[in-house]
Design a binder for this molecule. Structure first.
Ligand code: GLN
Length: 258
């Protein structure tokens, strides 16, 4: 090999090495950007839903978790799952946290940790406007009621004697069943029922004032990740202090949280 060729070959080799090193460097930078994998069931307006194009995740929870992520220095990645698949996904390590209007309760606390409560909720009933036989929860006795699978609504309604429970994958499906007259009533979280009545333009149904349960929503974190739980709680605290929580609250509920 001539000397010139050798020099050329070496130069080419060095250029390639530099390229490979360069690529590796870039990959490292991408890896070091911390990503918070968030699980959500995006069918629960006004807490989580997708815009008309089905692209953007919107709602109180979505704004809150983005603010939490920002506060923690994490990029937020939203994963849309079935509600009853959220806790299993956390346990399997497929997601880091879950925010989905999820009520803190004893049964779930056996499986996951919860952040400090971030929203106070409860259950309410929706019936057809001309329904006079259902006024409160006890009246659901012997009636057909639609609920979402794996929710506190499902658990509470099942406690009522002689009720026929029909379970659906989403709250949207429960409303559809009521419209189709497949059930006498729907039980859901009150703010979700109220938002449906306000936004759907549906005039043939009414929400009843009777409330069952008082529930706190929390952000669920895997039991294996205490450190992440602390970071989430710190971020929530800061958002309360700096007014950002109130700003998000007012955006979605029109009132302040106090
Ligand atoms: N708050 C209810 C629960 O935790 C419903 C949540 C939901 O359907 N997203 O069971």
């Amino acid at each position: 090999m001539s000397r010139k060729l050798l020099v050329l070959c070496m130069a080419a080799l060095m250029a390639m090495a530099a390229l490979v090193a360069g690529c590796g460097g870039e990959q490292k930078a991408a890896e070091s950007e911390k990503v918070l994998k968030v699980g959500v069931n995006a069918d629960f307006a006004p807490f989580e839903f997708q815009d008309e194009n089905g692209k953007e995740y919107q709602g109180f929870d979505m704004d809150l978790i983005r603010a939490v992520g920002e506060e923690m220095g994490y990029k937020v990645e939203i994963n849309n799952l079935n509600f009853d698949g959220l806790i299993p996904a956390l346990e399997a390590g497929n997601i880091d946290v879950c925010i989905s209007g999820m009520t803190i309760n004893e049964e779930r606390k056996q499986k996951v940790n919860f952040s400090d409560p971030y929203y106070k909720s409860g259950l309410s009933i929706i019936v057809a406007k001309d329904n006079d036989s259902i006024k409160k929860f006890e009246d659901l006795k012997g009636k057909k009621v639609a609920v979402q699978i794996g929710t506190t609504s499902a658990a509470e309604v099942k406690k009522i004697e002689g009720v026929e429970v029909k379970e659906f994958n989403s709250s949207a499906d429960t409303f559809m069943e009521l419209r189709a007259k497949g059930v006498d009533a729907v039980v859901n979280d009150r703010p979700v029922n109220d938002y449906y009545i306000m936004k759907s333009g549906e005039t043939n149904v009414k929400a009843l004032p009777d409330l069952l349960t008082s529930e706190d929503y929390g952000i669920a974190v895997s039991k294996k990740n205490e450190e992440l739980l602390n970071k989430v709680n710190d971020a929530l605290r800061k958002l309360h202090e700096n007014g950002k929580y109130d700003e998000i609250f007012t955006k979605w509920f029109g009132t302040t949280s106090k």
